[in-house]
Design a protein around this ligand. Structure first.
Ligand SMILES: Cc1cc2nc3c(=O)[nH]c(=O)nc-3n(C[C@H](O)[C@H](O)[C@H](O)COP(=O)(O)O)c2cc1C
Length: 187
């Protein structure tokens, strides 16, 4: 299996409206593959405007925010592509779509890296940030996974939050827990 990096990916529609989504970037030689499951706004945008920005951030609130409907994160123009980048990214890569492998479930967008920039230093690993990321992925699969598996994994991840979270991670975790509660109140 190729290595996957978790990024916040910016895309734009044909009118220039920006969209952010956490997406895995799949290692592919010198470039990356973006593989969104249908239906997806990111996917539609990549077909309409064949550029993207991979934003590398350790702000767990952005990952948790995007899967809980908090979409308003500050953006600024990128250097070489018409797609904006996250203002607070630690680094970003500007991507051009070189080739699309179409698929009924999950098309693959092969991207070449057109430009890279570093904005702030990486300050090291943090278990709570990782726990937020894992929980955010789990919560995008609430409809697909049995409740006992979800609850078991959340209980495990909660230990890292209790032991190592700062204010950002606690806030991100609270958004995720609200989403879990709202989902199980209705399902
Ligand atoms: C860390 C992380 C990685 C994700 N990676 C993918 C991915 O590679 N492909 C995908 O379809 N969804 C992925 N998701 C779920 C999408 O972010 C989510 O379904 C989102 O709504 C994409 O749809 P959109 O383009 O309409 O916003 C990921 C979620 C998280 C939290």
């Amino acid at each position: 299996m190729p290595m996957i990096r978790e990024a916040v990916v910016t895309t734009i529609d044909r009118s220039g409206l920006a969209h952010l989504a956490p997406l895995g970037l799949i290692e592919d030689g010198q470039g990356w593959v973006i593989a969104p499951f249908r239906p997806s706004t990111s996917l539609d945008n990549l077909v309409e405007t064949p550029f993207a920005v991979a934003n590398y951030t350790d702000d767990a609130r952005i990952f948790a925010g995007l899967v809980t409907g908090r979409r308003d994160w500050p953006l600024v123009p990128a250097a070489k592509v018409p797609v904006p980048r996250l203002a607070d990214a630690l680094a970003h890569a500007e991507l051009g779509i070189a080739r699309i492998e179409d698929d009924a479930a999950r098309p693959r967008f092969h991207c070449e890296i057109l430009h890279r920039e570093q904005h702030a230093p990486f300050a090291g690993f943090n278990r709570a940030k990782n726990a937020v990321l894992e929980c955010a992925i789990l919560l995008t699969r609430l409809h697909m996974l049995p409740r006992d598996k979800i609850e078991r994994e959340i209980a495990y991840l909660a230990t890292a939050i209790e032991k190592t979270a700062g204010p950002q991670e606690r806030e991100a975790w609270s958004w995720l827990m609200q989403k879990r509660e709202a989902f199980y109140a209705e399902n």
